[in-house]
Design a protein around this ligand. Structure first.
Ligand code: EPU
Length: 426
């Protein structure tokens, strides 16, 4: 008899009501981009409030493989020094670990005049092209070619020779904007990035770059004005709290009918979610960095669209769908960012959810009594959706492939246990 090797899994006993308080960790997608920014200088970049997640680990390995020093100084403090970078070719096995790794290209190209990489990895949630990144580099004078599986980018006259340009982004891509911005800060003269992404994680990176000596204006708008400088220096920055993690706990509280205080919630960037949670019947009290979510009545169906910021984040689409299985009525969800964010649908259906998807839309009928099942975390947010469903399901749910959850949520099982959930990692 052969026993198939399995990774870690969660075993969750349902019917929990979450109660208590939870502190939100640093934002994954801000931290990852900020780590790449360290490649732009020889001096130390020190980041605090960096989440302990596997995406941070694998990006750290990638930076080390390029010759950077990456030192975990404990309690979420990370020191990166890129003085020793000696290769500009990202190893394929590390670049395919996550999506953010492709953001080493912009800094390497700007500073060293050359960068090469295979296409990035990350969740299989759509086609996830990188044309916006590459055409941005080309607009600044780089020559980009494909050599086998790798993209190779060369600045016209070697290190420091990118030219400022007016860059129009076909789509306001988050990592595309971050990559192009990191190239433009060291380009000669002025760049304008038109149709830039405005996500808080893009803003966070821009603030770090300015703290390193860059000159970026228009942060948070769709038009970035960047005056190139010849060199950047080190800086220390605290990574903002993760709006997606905060949103996931807020949804969990409303879904389980509990009462949860969310500490360090980045409230000013959570409007899209909080409006929908209120409409669904959650009672929300907020103060500076503080959010209390409780539910005193039945949940109501709400329809929503997942949109670029400041719309409701695509990363909260799947967790919200899990919540809507417990709401009275029919909810309609339109995914407007990615073309394959519906992987959670089949898993929720295994638990008894009445949910169907067609193209990039899902229709959820509720409330349904969910039951325990063996399901898979098919991507980081699909994983969050099945975990939330498991919290309210009758019986035991086994969640396989939780390495996806480990990529994006810090100490998720510990945090949920502290709120009263019965969850074990086995
Ligand atoms: N797109 C293009 N051309 C490009 C790049 C993107 O058409 O060159 C399209 C994509 O096809 C997609 C849309 O733009 O339909 C959005 O993609 P975007 O590039 O903005 O996303 P990303 O940078 O790959 C980041 C986050 C995602 C988050 C999205 C949207 C990182 C590492 N990842 O991805 O986070 O969902 O922005 O906010 O920053 C997650 O944390 O679970 C996650 C997937």
């Amino acid at each position: 008899m052969s026993i198939r090797a399995r990774g870690p899994r969660y075993v969750v006993q349902g019917s929990a009501q979450l109660r208590g308080s939870v502190r939100i960790s640093g934002a994954k997608n801000a931290a990852l981009a900020m780590m790449c920014a360290a490649l732009l200088t020889d001096e130390d970049v020190v980041l605090t409030n960096v989440p302990e997640i596997t995406d941070v680990e694998s990006l750290g390995e990638l930076l080390s493989s390029l010759g950077a020093t990456v030192e975990h100084q404990g309690r979420g403090r990370l020191r990166i020094n890129a003085a020793g970078v000696h290769t500009y070719e990202a190893p394929t096995e590390l670049i395919t670990e996550n999506r953010a790794s492709f953001q080493v290209l912009g800094p390497l190209l700007a500073r060293h005049g050359f960068a090469s990489s295979a296409p990035p990895g990350g969740d299989v949630i759509g086609q996830r092209p990188i044309d916006v990144h590459l055409s941005g580099f080309e607009a600044m004078g780089a020559r980009v070619s494909r050599e086998g599986e790798r993209f190779v980018a060369r600045a016209p006259g070697g290190p420091g020779s990118l030219r400022g340009a007016r860059v129009f982004m076909d789509y306001p891509s988050v990592s595309g904007t971050q990559n192009v911005m990191m190239a433009a800060v060291l380009a000669r003269e002025h760049s304008t990035v038109v149709n830039a992404a405005t996500e808080p994680e893009v803003q966070e990176l821009a603030h770090l770059l300015n703290a390193m000596g860059a000159r970026i204006e228009g942060i948070g708008t769709q038009m970035l004005e960047i005056d190139g400088v010849t060199s950047l220096h080190g800086a220390t920055a605290r990574v903002m709290p993760d709006r997606i993690e905060a949103g996931t706990f807020a949804i969990a509280a409303a879904m389980t009918g509990g009462e949860v205080d969310i500490e360090d919630a980045p409230l000013p960037v959570m409007d899209g979610l909080l409006a929908k949670l209120r409409a669904a019947g959650a009672a929300i009290t907020d103060g500076e960095g503080f959010l209390r979510i409780e539910r005193t009545s039945d949940l109501r169906a709400v329809s929503f669209q997942a949109l670029p910021y400041p719309g409701l984040a695509t990363d909260l689409h799947a967790p919200m769908a899990a919540l809507l299985t417990q709401a009275n009525g029919v909810s309609i969800i339109h995914e407007r960012v990615f073309d394959n964010r519906m992987l959670y649908v089949s898993e929720l259906r295994k638990m008894g959810a009445e949910i169907v998807s067609t193209g990039s839309s899902a229709i959820v009928s509720g409330p349904t009594m969910l039951h325990g099942a063996t399901v898979r975390a098919l991507d980081v947010r699909a994983g969050a959706a099945v975990l939330l469903a498991a919290l309210v399901a009758q019986g035991t749910t086994i969640i396989d492939e939780i390495s996806h959850l480990d990529r994006g949520y810090e100490h998720l099982d510990e945090k949920l246990r502290a709120l009263g959930a019965e969850i074990e990692r086995t």
